[in-house]
Ligand binder design. Structure first.
Ligand SMILES: Cc1cc2nc3c(=O)[nH]c(=O)nc-3n(C[C@H](O)[C@H](O)[C@H](O)COP(=O)(O)OP(=O)(O)OC[C@H]3O[C@@H](n4cnc5c(N)ncnc54)[C@H](O)[C@@H]3O)c2cc1C
Length: 305
């Protein structure tokens, strides 16, 4: 496994024996995934090969994936369960991979992740629907912008992107008014809670220890290059740290001694038009307005889901 920094330079190569006998499939959900870990009193620092900070969807997915290797893994989470922050407060879209710059790691991961999502959802028994997504446009500028999006998406490996005319748009989404739309048939929706919980439960089944109510407050580098991670409920020694702390990731980075990252935020409005249009019900297509450039500059995009 290679680890790269934000300039894409490899700064560490990680090797651990791979084990093939771990369970991919979540047969029986473990509803309380960490009660025994929570109760474990720490009289001395726990020792791990890898400490993952943050049990959102990213930390939980990394924890699950890392159980394919012979590693002792611990996850430290400041909240009392997984998915308490951004991973439980999003639009639930499995993106098609057309929105990222060609050649970027985001584009590569998005397209690959999208294409393997049926399998992952089956393994974790998580509801997932390839609803498709339409980006609706009205003007010549919108048309040009959507054509560019299609070209970027195709270069990224996104499957099935195409323009549809007004009639087809109306057939697909009768309530939507627009002159044309870009259709991404591979886009879909998932239950974000069940997905993150499924990942964490499967990781737990495969031997990962979860520590909830453990906020990381400091990190010390030791002479042998290992780390001591200090939390509100005791210390943890580890050879490797995975920083998946979401909005807390900058602080963790600084604690490790890697300053310079920053979070850039955008404000937007979500309008819930019909609560019944949920995963099991009438949400046929995910709709995003083709955002005019002035709106995105004002940081005031309007998203209709
Ligand atoms: C409005 C909105 C809509 C979105 N829609 C989509 C979408 O449709 N599709 C999509 O793919 N993405 C979407 N996203 C993005 C997606 O939700 C995030 O990329 C994803 O949830 C990030 O997951 P994460 O695990 O990195 O972060 P988080 O879910 O924030 O998890 C980080 C965890 O780290 C923990 N933590 C932080 N600091 C510490 C500390 N010091 N000690 C211990 N624990 C700590 C936090 O408690 C948290 O649980 C959306 C985001 C937003 C805001």
């Amino acid at each position: 496994m290679e680890f790269k920094d934000k300039t894409n330079t490899i700064f560490a190569v990680f090797s651990a024996p791979r084990r093939e006998n771990k369970m991919d499939i979540l047969d029986q959900p473990l509803f309380i995934i960490a009660s025994d870990d929570l109760r474990r009193k720490q009289s001395m620092a726990q020792k791990y090969d890898v400490i993952i900070i943050g049990a959102g969807v990213v930390g939980s997915a990394i924890a699950r994936e890392m159980t394919r290797y012979e590693l002792k893994i611990g996850v430290l989470e400041k909240n009392r369960d997984v998915c308490f922050e951004t991973s439980g407060r999003n639009s639930a879209v499995i993106h098609g991979g057309f929105a990222y710059d060609t050649g970027s790691r985001k584009a590569e991961c998005c397209v690959e992740g999208n294409q393997e999502f049926d399998k992952v959802a089956r393994e974790l028994d998580v509801p997932f629907k390839r609803t498709g997504k339409v980006l609706v446009g009205n003007t010549a500028t919108d048309y040009e912008s959507l054509q560019k999006t299609i070209a970027t998406g195709r270069n990224n490996g996104s499957i099935g992107l195409k323009m549809v005319d007004k009639e087809r748009l109306h057939e697909m989404a009768p309530a939507v008014i627009g002159e044309f739309a870009m259709l991404s048939p591979m886009s879909g929706i998932v239950d974000p809670f069940q997905y993150a919980i499924g990942l964490a439960e499967n990781a737990k089944m495969n031997g990962v220890d979860f520590y909830f109510d453990h906020e990381v407050t400091g990190i010390r580098r030791q002479a042998d290059n290992s780390y001591t991670v200090i939390t509100t409920q005791g210390d943890f020694n580890t050879g490797w740290i995975v920083n998946s702390a979401g909005l807390g990731a900058v602080k963790i980075s600084e604690m490790i001694g890697l300053p310079g990252y920053r979070i850039s935020s955008t404000k937007g409005n979500y309008i819930i038009l019909d609560k019944r249009s949920a995963l099991y019900c009438l949400c046929l297509f995910i709709l995003f307005q083709a955002i005019p450039i002035w709106a995105s500059m004002l940081h005031r995009p309007l998203t209709v889901t």
